[in-house]
Design a protein around this ligand. Structure first.
Ligand code: FES
Length: 118
């Protein structure tokens, strides 16, 4: 089984094969952060993927219902995230089941280009 993982605003899209997911080695195994880093997509992760910051905040525009529920500690960190939306998640804690394709918006403050330019 596989699903499509697409990132905005770059529009880069990847087919994720379950059982041989890319691994960035940071965040929960199989989380959006783990997958993204394994795919060469940079998402900020100041705390190292342990739900102790909110820099890995992403917005799951499509496929959110196929992801795990946010834990209390994730909710607590998200409350501190700028630009919070009902579809916001911490990329290091959000694990898609693969039952739906995912469309993930990386907020501008999390993008490398923005960070390097500041
Ligand atoms: S990297 Fe810190 S909460 Fe995800």
């Amino acid at each position: 089984m596989s699903f499509e993982l697409k990132f905005l605003p770059s529009g880069q899209s990847f087919q994720i094969q379950q059982g041989s997911e890319p691994e960035g080695g940071i965040g929960q195994p199989g989380s959006l952060l783990d997958l993204a880093l394994g795919l060469g997509i940079d998402i900020d992760h100041a705390c190292g993927g342990v739900s102790a910051c909110s820099t890995c905040h992403v917005v799951v525009l499509e496929g959110l219902s196929s992801c795990n529920e946010a834990s209390d500690s994730e909710e607590d960190q998200l409350d501190k995230a700028p630009g919070l939306t009902p579809q916001s998640r911490l990329a290091c804690q959000c694990i898609p089941s693969g039952k739906q394709n995912l469309l993930v918006q990386i907020p501008s403050w999390n993008r490398n280009l923005v960070r390097e330019g500041s």
